[in-house]
Ligand binder design. Structure first.
Ligand code: TYM
Length: 339
């Protein structure tokens, strides 16, 4: 099978782009545009697996597109669109639902986390969410998938589904996608943690807005969130082993390093022996300096929602030039059935 290097990745339009998305995934999406054919998707059909309001979903989709464009996704080089414009995702997901096994999906931790105590009341879509994700990736024969560490399990499932389909039908239709976690040279943090709890990941679903930095936050809000971020009373250590034992400190040093594009060792070299009274103002400065141009560009894009809409429509049309695998997958099923 000839394989072109092709990147696919997706993000849900639920709430805003936060620092975890940005450092864990989006910055890598931007750099990968230089070396790969890239397809980036705002996955609104994944978002409807949870309770939602249609008008908000549309507004959030436009806002997420503005955030991605402001972060450096270039619609002339990468294909950018929202998932619901393209039927292939849902059609291929159905075929792959028949390849995936219940036992595989029962092991997915996201369903357990998101359905909580009300498994009976959860949507069926939430249960098969990872199969739609596999269809997103496999439908374009993507070879590389830049994601944060929390998506590892879904990527493994996509590989299992691809392998089983290829084996069942004696074909080499789907290449096995490689996760690219934390950036091409592991430059970004694979997991950015909450500012309130160094053991929980920074997340849109955390009820406390103080737990995350959003790309829409202004300088004062960023400063306030960093000032209030949970820390300990010790000065910063001079080595990574000691830092690792202190999750909140480790997270803030990791954020500093990623934003300043320096290593954690280098940051410790500057701040070891100093307390958070000295470190936090420096972090505020780095964060505001690197994020405020993105916020400004995002707000510029949002003044013209029609322009954003037309960028997404163009992306959806352009992706049709890329292999359409539903038909090929269906042909396999029909041949097997003799039809
Ligand atoms: P989503 O929308 O939750 O997150 C988008 C991307 O941001 C990364 N991320 C983080 N990285 C580091 N630290 C964090 N605290 C953090 N929080 C989020 C995620 O790992 C992700 O890369 N199921 C996916 C969307 C999806 C997808 C796909 C991804 C649908 N189809 C196909 C890749 C390929 C999701 O919910 O991401």
């Amino acid at each position: 099978m000839t394989i072109t290097k092709r990147v696919f990745s997706g993000i849900q339009p639920t709430g805003n782009l936060h620092l975890g998305n940005y450092l864990g995934a989006i910055r890598n999406w931007v750099t990968m545009q230089d070396d790969y054919e890239c397809i980036y998707c705002i996955v609104d059909m994944h978002a409807i697996t949870m309770p939602h309001v249609a008008a908000e979903l549309r507004a959030n989709t436009l806002e997420m597109a503005a955030a991605l464009l402001a972060s450096g996704i270039d619609p002339k080089r990468a294909i950018l669109f929202n998932q619901s414009r393209v039927r292939m995702h849902a059609e291929l997901a159905w075929i792959l639902n028949c390849t995936a096994r219940m036992g595989w999906l029962n092991r997915m931790t996201q369903f357990k986390d998101k359905s909580g105590k009300d498994k009976e009341g959860a949507s069926v879509g939430l249960f098969v969410y990872p199969v739609l994700q596999a269809a997103d990736i496999l439908g374009y024969k993507a070879t590389h998938v830049p994601v944060g560490d929390d998506q590892k399990q879904h990527l493994e499932l996509a590989r299992d589904i691809a392998t089983k389909f290829n084996t069942d039908f004696g074909v080499e239709l789907f290449p096995l996608p490689e996760p690219v976690i934390g950036g091409q040279n592991a430059a970004g943090p694979a997991r950015v943690m909450s500012l309130r709890d160094g053991t929980a990941k920074m997340s849109k679903s955390d009820p406390s807005d103080m737990s995350r930095i959003n790309l829409t936050d202004d300088a004062d809000t960023i400063a306030q969130k960093i000032r209030k971020a949970r820390t300990d009373a010790e000065p910063l250590p001079d080595n990574l082993e000691d830092l690792k034992l202190r999750p909140e400190a480790d997270n803030l040093v990791g954020i500093f390093a990623a934003l300043a594009e320096r290593t954690k060792e280098d940051v410790l070299g500057e701040f070891s022996g100093k307390g958070f009274g000295a470190f936090k103002p420096a972090l505020v400065e780095v964060a505001v300096e690197s994020l405020s141009p993105v916020t400004r560009r995002m707000n510029d894009y949002l003044t013209d929602p029609h322009e954003i809409d037309s960028i997404l429509a163009t992306g959806a049309a352009r992706r049709r030039a890329v292999a359409e695998l539903t038909d090929e997958a269906l042909a396999r099923l029909r041949n097997i059935g003799g039809g």
